[in-house]
Design a protein around this ligand. Structure first.
Ligand code: ARG
Length: 484
């Protein structure tokens, strides 16, 4: 027993070594690289109107806003296509550092702390910082001091997180998406939100029950405004982008971009109050992606799972501890971390789209569970069965195929079905890296419809329909197997 433990530990340490000694800093992306691949990938957090947000253009979802128009100008200058990755604000800089995105345009302020790890372009817009409260509280909360000791919302990882500390004895609620903060404010979970001024005004303009005003926060001049972030050492790229920004500034295009963004916001506004059914395409797209991710992941998870189970059942002194270490490690760490790890760590080596990273992570995770399902299924067949088959003169392979496996399948099947249902639900975690599955799309609908609870309810029903039909289908086959 002890020997086995040592072998697992050894395999585990080897695995760690590979991870730790693999290159952990990607080379800064050069202009040539961007031009070679023909696309410039920007990372953003599209919850920040009028800088970047989701809008419906001719029934299609599109990310628009001042930052996006600027990005389009830069892509044009480089002669490449623009690709937008919509990730949580607090994951943007990690995505940049690992090379998953080429630059970050997200109304990001060039703070001293961030400058330690990334390079910044010149500042292209200065907004200021506001407080957002419920309209009904407009007379109660009038400034920083009136909020002393209260719960205040901020976007996690944002500059506002630091600014909010200027409120005496404040209790912070940090959320990844600003849309969720707005919901938290409306449902009395927080008393106020610290937000960038243009952003606060955009939300207040669309929500009659919100009120915003200058927060009077103190901030160093050098940390004001928004700039574009690059990997460290991107001098050449920064220079070209600064050229484009200077042009934009000269022509005063920022105001034009903001006006354009405002039109998209008004468009949504006009349609506000109409039925939720118009967001059907979002739910449909999300559902299709969830089904796709689940099917592909369960398929590859099964292939790898079978392989791992065979390794675990073998007597091989290398394969067996390796498979055991894998299973133990995957089961012992949260899938959330695994998804982020695959997305960011793989980003160092090759640049793969978020959807593919998500599928890889979910497959790798599921494989560990499927391995255990298969292994315990095979083990559940009494050893007398093997002995009987062998004494009848059957070979190892025939015994497995005709005697053991058909009996094991009856145990494996329901558990595998459970795993499939789990994957349908848990794959929602990949929304964190911007994969547009059902949960991601639900958040988009929440943000553009300004409705919080109804989209959640609809999504719950969709998940239930998916998993319930799957259960029925699996039960049908399980019933059939009983008669075999
Ligand atoms: N300017 C602030 C910062 O740099 C907030 C930016 C938030 N941006 C976003 N896309 N949500 O921290």
């Amino acid at each position: 027993m002890r020997k086995k433990g040592m072998a697992v530990l050894f395999a585990f340490v080897m695995l760690l070594q590979v991870l730790v000694f693999s290159p952990m800093t990607a080379q800064a992306t050069t202009i040539e690289e961007i031009q070679d691949k023909g696309t410039m990938i920007i990372g953003t957090s599209a919850d920040f109107p009028p800088y970047e947000f989701h809008a419906r253009v001719d029934g299609q979802d599109k990310i628009v806003g001042m930052d996006i128009f600027i990005a389009e100008r830069i892509a044009e200058e480089l002669g490449v296509e623009l690709q937008i990755e919509d990730i949580g604000f607090d994951s943007l800089l990690p995505a940049l550092e690992t090379g998953s995105v080429d630059m970050v345009i997200a109304g990001m302020s060039p703070t001293e702390e961030r400058r330690q790890s990334v390079d910044f372009s010149d500042v292209y817009y200065v907004g200021g910082h506001n407080l957002m409260v419920r309209e009904t509280d407009a007379e109660i909360y009038t400034g920083i001091d009136s909020l002393a000791g209260k719960v205040v919302g901020v976007q996690s990882g944002s500059l506002q997180e630091a600014l909010a500390a200027q409120i005496p004895d404040v209790e912070l609620m940090k959320l990844t998406k600003i849309t969720d903060l707005i919901l938290a404010l409306k449902t009395n979970k927080v008393e106020a939100i610290v937000m960038e001024k243009p952003n606060a005004e955009a939300y207040a303009g669309n929500n009659p029950d919100l009120y915003t005003f200058d927060g009077g926060f103190e901030l160093d001049e050098s940390e004001q405004g928004s700039a574009i972030a690059f990997q460290k050492g991107s001098d050449e790229l920064v220079e070209v982008v600064n050229g484009v920004l200077a042009e934009i500034d000269e022509q005063g295009l920022q105001e034009e971009y903001l006006a354009q963004a405002g039109e998209y916001l008004n468009l949504e506004n006009q349609e506000e109050g109409s039925s939720i059914s118009q967001y059907g395409p979002y739910f449909l797209n999300g559902t299709m992606n969830t089904i796709f991710i689940s099917i592909v992941s369960v398929f590859f998870g099964s292939v790898l799972g079978i392989l791992l189970a065979l390794m675990r059942l073998s007597r091989n002194m290398v394969f067996r501890p390796l498979a055991t270490a894998y299973v133990e490690f995957v089961r012992g760490t949260p899938m959330l971390i695994q998804v982020m790890f695959i997305y960011f760590a793989v980003g160092y080596l090759v640049n793969i789209p978020a959807m593919l990273s998500g599928i890889i992570a979910v497959s790798l995770n599921s494989a560990a569970y499927i391995c255990e399902i298969i292994r315990s299924g095979l083990n559940s067949v009494p050893s007398g069965q093997t002995e009987a088959a062998r004494s009848l003169g059957m070979g190892h392979r025939d015994t497995m195929r005709h005697i053991i496996f058909p009996q094991a399948l009856k145990n494996i099947w329901p558990a595998l079905g459970n795993e499939f249902i789990t994957v349908i639900k848990e794959s929602s975690i990949v929304s964190i890296i911007g994969v547009s599955e059902l949960i991601f799309q639900t958040r988009v609908v929440t943000s553009i419809s300004y409705r919080g609870v109804l989209p959640l309810f609809i999504t719950m029903i969709i998940y239930f329909i998916l998993t319930f039909s799957l259960t029925k289908l699996l039960n049908y086959y399980e019933g059939k197997m009983k008669y075999d």
